[in-house]
Design a protein around this ligand. Structure first.
Ligand SMILES: [Zn+2]
Length: 52
């Protein structure tokens, strides 16, 4: 059973906790964050490659 790794975007650290142990901000599930990041990156990449 794999636990969801979470990331604090403020501290740039990985944790399994919902609340960042360093800054007490809410952490983000890596899968969700990665998807958002990949989607944005993909669109930028496509635009750069093929124009608008
Ligand atoms: Zn933090």
């Amino acid at each position: 059973m794999v636990k969801h790794i979470r990331k604090c975007l403020s501290c740039n650290i990985y944790t399994l906790k919902v609340i960042c142990p360093v800054c007490s901000n809410k952490t983000w599930e890596i899968r969700k964050y990665k998807f958002k990041y990949d989607d944005k990156y993909f669109r930028v990449k496509m635009k750069a490659k093929y124009g608008d």
